[in-house]
Design a binder for this molecule. Structure first.
Ligand code: UD1
Ligand code: MG
Length: 459
């Protein structure tokens, strides 16, 4: 039996007060609509249709994929009108699942339960008991057997109906053929002058078709985003879900309320994360990795036993970054795209590393810059030293052999190569290659002026 999935995402989202279409606002680093699409992914559907309207081009570009069809709804005359636009795209006589692009935390299992209960024959509504159901369509049930009779929108409800706490989540599964027939008959003579999809419930009841209400497991799953306040509340709920899952898998979080993951985090055994850390993109941790407080960590692989001390910023971006086993990073270190650090590398405070490879045991402990460099094993890179990798037009490489000692406050003007075991005197500006084992000193010679008298203040 063919399954259609229709996601309504044409609404304006006026209360977000934003130039960005509502369904593209981010939750856990991903667009709201992408969360819904993700939940649908495991469901084998003949057609997946997103109804767009406000900001249609932007929305379609943001989530485009060969498996998705888009239907434009212009103007937006209500949820029933939205589904009317999708009718020509619906396939077969099976089930059509209808979801909302601004209800991001819907679970695959719940969607599946709606589809299974529908089985192409019943109209199945996802409902939820709410402490405050203001604004929601109310589920009207038969006093005798509890059967669903209708949905009445909040604005059309009588004071008595408004006391009902069971609300319609906005999500349903309907027999496709019947759905097409029903939406063709919708009228807009109601409080909002809109075509309400919810009016099909009374039509199904009138036709004698079974109408079922399935209750959501938790409220979070059916909460929609209408304003920045609700977005922030859902963000916290989502972050808590992720944190709980990670902790159940053995990750130790100092405080799950002060943990943010905007992407995917994998980890081995005995990893610990202190408070106020933000993880983005793809981050993987080996075993026994410790991350200090206030780190921002994006797109990086961190091997076992590494220590990332407080206030470190790692951004592997597209190139990625990696930190070797037993490495010590920070506090206040910055690793940028293409930083590939070997085992037991030390990167200390106010050290920036970009597009550079550091071999095992190399150290840059204080106030330094390594950009476009290849650094050998056991190199000691002194405080205040930098690679001058940019000539104003092009980037050049610096190659540093094994066991090189670069003194403090050196400038290595790339392209330049320092051979194995070379030593660079502190304060040198190196513009020529240095042979293995050589000492290079390139700075003004110190002069001693005896008999010199310090000036004194004139009276
Ligand atoms: C809808 C339901 C209400 C339910 C509530 C749950 C109707 C008539 N009412 O009300 O029973 O309790 O959701 O949140 O369906 N949309 C379009 N085109 C339109 C109008 C809306 O695509 O012309 C989309 C919106 O982008 C949104 C969804 O449909 O994703 C719901 O629209 P919204 O305006 O939020 O409906 P509610 O009034 O909240
Ligand atoms: Mg709404």
């Amino acid at each position: 039996m063919a399954l259609n999935i229709v996601i309504m995402a044409a609404g304006k989202g006026t209360r977000m007060k934003s130039a960005t279409p509502k369904v593209l606002h981010k939750l856990g680093g991903r667009a709201l609509l992408s969360h819904v699409l993700g939940a649908c992914e495991p469901l084998a559907a003949a057609a997946r249709i997103v109804i767009t309207g406000h900001g249609a081009e932007q929305v379609e570009a943001a989530v485009a994929s060969p498996a998705l069809g888009f239907v434009r709804q212009m103007p937006q005359l209500g949820t029933g009108h939205a589904i009317q636009q999708a009718v020509p795209a619906l396939q077969g006589e099976g089930t059509t699942l209808i979801l909302n692009g601004d209800v991001p935390l819907i679970q695959t299992s719940t969607a599946k339960a709606l589809i299974d209960a529908c089985a192409g024959g019943a109209l199945v509504l996802l409902t939820v008991d709410l402490a405050d159901p203001t604004g929601y369509g109310r589920i009207i049930r038969n006093a005798d057997d509890g059967g669903v009779l209708a949905i009445v929108e909040h604005k059309d409800a009588t004071p008595e109906q408004r006391l009902i706490r069971e609300g319609y989540s906005g999500m349903m599964a309907a027999p496709t053929g019947a759905l097409k027939r029903w939406v063709a008959q919708l009228r807009n003579d109601n409080a909002q002058g809109e075509y309400y999809l919810t009016d099909i419930v009374a039509m199904a009841v009138a036709e004698g078709l079974p109408v079922l209400g399935i209750k959501a497991h938790n409220e979070t799953e059916v909460l929609g985003v209408n304003d920045p306040l609700q977005l922030a509340q859902l963000e916290r709920a989502f972050q808590r879900q992720q944190a709980d899952e990670l902790m159940r898998a053995g990750l130790r979080l100092a405080d799950p309320a002060r943990f943010d993951l905007r992407g995917a985090l994998s980890h081995g055994q005995d990893c610990e994360i202190d408070v106020n850390c933000v993880f983005e993109g793809q981050v993987s941790l080996g075993d026994d990795v410790r991350i200090g407080a206030n780190c921002v960590i994006r797109n990086v692989r961190i091997a076992s036993g590494a220590r990332i001390h407080e206030f470190t910023h790692i951004d592997g971006e597209a190139l990625g970054a990696s930190v070797g086993a037993g490495a010590l990073i920070g506090p206040f270190a910055r690793l940028r795209p293409g930083a590939q650090l070997g085992d037991e590398v030390h990167i200390g405070n106010f050290v920036e590393v970009k597009n550079s490879t550091l071999a095992k045991g190399a150290k840059a402990n204080h106030l330094a810059y390594l950009g476009d460099a290849t650094v050998g094993e056991r190199v000691n890179y002194g405080a205040g030293s930098i690679t001058a990798n940019y000539d104003g037009a092009n980037k050049h490489r610096t190659t540093i052999g094994n066991d090189v000692h670069v003194g403090s406050n050196c400038v290595l003007v790339a392209p330049v190569t320092l051979g194995d075991g070379a030593t660079i005197g502190g304060g040198s500006t190196i513009t020529k290659d240095v042979k293995p084992g050589e000492l290079a000193v390139a700075r003004g010679k110190q002069v001693a002026l005896s008999g010199w008298v310090r000036p004194v203040k004139k009276r």
